[in-house]
Design a protein around this ligand. Structure first.
Ligand SMILES: Nc1nc2c(ncn2[C@@H]2O[C@H](COP(=O)(O)OP(=O)(O)OP(=O)(O)O)[C@@H](O)[C@H]2O)c(=O)[nH]1
Length: 718
């Protein structure tokens, strides 16, 4: 049997344009999986396989590519570098065990790096830094190392020194092995992969030797400082000549230090000029964790049973939906049935594939720790948990409940079983979307179904009054990208209405109403009389479904199908408040009486109850609620005041200002309506070095003045 493959599930994360795609390209080339060296510039890279990624040069889909390097299988996930795609980055980091942070060595730490770096911290993902673009004029190893220290607040472990910089960059000194590594010029067949190592010799000149020796000594001291096992070894065996420490001992200590987050190895190179990437691949193998070293607490509950997370869904023209999964425990094989916990349904997987660059290789089975593509799943969407059967899900849940000592009731079981799947935040922006002609409406609906399965943070609704299709998304760029994808991938030119904030409505007082519906259809008479009352829900919220109570005399009289019809009717009116058609929340509905003429159809009951609820809501003092966001801004000291002054203009309220080393972190609450275009404004205000994260905190009642202004704006009453 083949030698046991050691697996590395690695993310590549970086600021926009730092060289992620080019670096990935080169790895695939050196691992022998791509024919020619694709360059991002001439847009034939295998991982930017979505058209607009070439056009925009940004990476939207976190594609997965697998390749083997020496006796390691490396699953590489590319992550987007855009703040609107936090949920996408979250999703990828959730699946990974380690990450490579790619920097432009002429720019050091840039804004987007800070954002993804903090997310990687949150998910405890061990990292390596790769200072790319060392060939660029203005590239500076020292400046970049300094920037990493100062802005990312981490201790860099310098494993290499560059030889030359800018145009003179030819290779590196490998401080672990005390060797010079030089990459030859691109050979005639374009094979830029040739490099050779040789020990440092006196011919390399006294200052290079001295620089290398000092740097290696500093590295050894730093490692001894951070790793007790190595310190003892150094004391015990090497006290007279610490520089004699063998490379494998040093590497073992560097691995322990990386896995414990005590420091971060730093390498350098130039992906474009084919220098340094092979050593980066060696570092991924040597220092980043195996799947079983990654801490995923839910794994313990599944034992050797299958447990996998769907982290991406792509629609392939020929094969239909392809689901990317990370297998945490157990194994998978084709032609097998699996159980999707989130959708509570069995799925049949027809084929099991490995994403080898731009091909997909059929495989007979796959062990835990791997990333794979499944063909044939019909319901599974991004973020869903796949296990072997409903029974195994129940067993895991009982174990989990016992662990957490909680009693195990039915619905709670459901929630604690879902893997730490990415909880999808509520969409907070929406806009109408129209096809170029009614004839294209069906195509648009199909496209939107596919897009929602690929991106669960996108929600699509139909406005029951206007019949218009409504897109709900996480941010301005998010909606824009969806619009672009519909055009490019589904060839549908759509028109987007103005981007609006998703408000909500509630009521401020109690009210009641009665309604009679008397309609004869054909020979059937539908006659219903309903009476109901509404009152504000003052308990734990938000409750986005009607809280339905029945006057006690009524409950046992109504059949289940009538109860369902009543619930449907109430839910319909709940989606459209009486003031501005926004969804309702925190309303209790009491059905006082209901008289149904025999033979009345259920939809008629729903219609009557729905109309009755609307009447009551109109009398119950509509109150508009606006989304208030938790805003966290990380900014350096001397831009703090301008950022705070700007927040004051946005009805923002500062909760706290923390100091995270020499950065200041502002925690504030701001109405979303005041945050349109904030990423651009903040970039100007803090000259590109501040980052922010935005997430929905709660819905808050607007003042009557603000509500009136909104009402006038929305209804066009000037
Ligand atoms: N000089 C130089 N340019 C590089 C290097 N690596 C990448 N580039 C160039 O930098 C630009 C961006 O490279 P990409 O690989 O697309 O960077 P990226 O991080 O994938 O970009 P996004 O996916 O859009 O965030 C391209 O024009 C590359 O040719 C390098 O080592 N040296």
């Amino acid at each position: 049997s083949p030698v046991a493959i050691i697996i590395r599930n690695i993310g590549i994360m970086a600021h926009i344009d730092a060289g992620k795609t080019t670096t990935t390209e080169r790895m695939l080339y050196y691992a022998g999986y791509t024919r020619a060296l694709g360059d991002v510039d001439d847009g034939d890279t295998v991982t930017d396989f979505m058209a607009q990624e070439r056009e925009r040069g940004i990476t939207i889909q976190s594609a997965a590519v697998t390749f083997d390097w020496k006796n390691h299988r490396i699953n590489l996930i590319d992550t987007p570098g855009h703040v609107d795609f936090t949920v996408e980055v979250e999703r990828s980091l959730r699946v990974l065990d380690g990450a490579v942070a790619v920097f432009d060595a002429s720019a050091g730490v840039e804004a987007q790096t800070l954002t993804v770096w903090r997310q990687a911290d949150e998910h405890r993902v061990p990292r390596i830094c790769f200072l790319n673009k060392m060939d660029k004029p203005g590239a500076s190893f020292c400046y970049s190392v300094d920037s990493i220290k100062k802005k990312l607040k981490v201790k860099p472990l310098l494993l290499q020194l560059p030889i030359g910089a800018g145009r003179t960059f030819t290779g590196v000194i490998d401080l672990v092995t005390s060797e010079k590594v030089i990459w030859g010029p691109k050979t005639s067949d374009g094979d830029g992969a040739v490099f050779n190592r040789h020990p440092l010799v006196t011919a390399d000149g006294p200052n290079l030797l001295k620089e290398a020796r000092d740097a290696r000594y500093a590295l050894i001291e730093q490692v001894a400082d951070l790793d007790d096992e190595f310190a003892e070894l150094a004391l015990r065996e090497l006290c007279e000549n610490i520089e004699a420490v063998p490379a494998e001992k040093l590497n073992a200590a560097i691995r322990r230090i990386t896995l414990s987050h005590a420091a971060v190895p730093v390498l350098c190179g130039s992906a474009l000029k084919n220098k340094g990437v092979q050593l980066l691949m060696d570092a991924i193998s040597m220092y980043l964790p195996s799947p079983n070293e990654g801490q995923h607490d839910f794994k313990q509950w599944y034992g050797d049973d299958l447990c996998a997370l769907a982290f991406k869904v792509l629609h392939d023209k020929q094969r239909g939906p392809i689901v990317f999964v990370r297998i945490y425990s157990g194994s998978m094989k084709p032609q097998s049935a699996v159980y999707n916990i989130n959708k509570n349904c069995m799925e049949r997987m027809s084929r099991l594939l490995l994403p080898f660059a731009d091909q997909q290789i059929e495989i007979p089975s796959l062990q835990a720790g791997n990333i794979a593509l499944l063909v044939g799943l019909k319901q599974t969407a991004t973020g869903d948990t796949i296990v072997s059967s409903k029974a195994s899900a129940a067993v895991a849940s009982q174990r989990a409940a016992k662990d957490s000592g909680k009693k195990c009731d039915q619905n709670r079981e459901q929630e604690n079983l879902v893997l730490a799947g990415v909880e999808i935040p509520e969409p907070v922006f929406f806009c109408t979307i129209e096809p170029p002609s009614l004839a294209k409406q069906a195509d648009l609906d199909r496209a939107l179904i596919c897009l929602q399965r690929e991106d669960p943070s996108l929600k699509v609704k139909i406005d029951p009054d206007s019949g218009q299709t409504i897109l709900c998304g996480m941010g301005e760029l998010h909606i824009d990208i969806i619009h672009d994808r519909i055009k490019r991938e589904y060839k549908i030119e759509t028109h987007l209405g103005p981007l609006q904030v998703a408000y909500r409505e509630t009521i401020s007082i109690s009210a009641s109403s009665a309604d009679t519906l008397d309609r004869t259809v054909g020979s059937k008479r539908n006659l219903i009389t309903a009476e109901l009352s509404v009152r504000p829900w003052l308990g734990e919220g938000p409750v986005t479904k009607p809280l339905i109570e029945f006057s006690d005399v009524l409950q046992e009289q109504l059949s289940t199908e009538i109860l369902d019809a009543v619930e449907n009717g109430l839910n319909t009116s709940f989606l459209q408040g009486p003031l501005l058609n926004f969804p309702l929340q925190d309303v209790v509905v009491t059905l006082e009486s209901l008289h149904v003429h025999p033979g009345t159809s259920m939809p008629m009951i729903s219609a009557c109850v729905s109309r009755c609820l609307q009447k009551a809501l109109r009398r119950a003092g509509s109150q508009v609620l606006e989304p208030v966001m938790n805003l966290e801004i990380t900014v350096d000291e001397d831009h703090l005041s301008v950022v705070l002054a700007d927040l004051a203009q946005r009805r923002g309220s500062v909760q706290e200002i923390q100091s995270r080393q020499d950065n200041r972190v502002v925690l504030a609450c701001v109405p979303l309506a005041e945050m349109m275009g904030y990423s651009t404004t903040l970039r100007t205000l803090a000259s590109g070095m501040a980052t922010f994260t935005l997430e929905l905190s709660r819905y808050e009642a607007m003042t009557s003045q603000e509500q009136k202004m909104l009402f006038n704006k929305m209804t066009g009453v000037m």
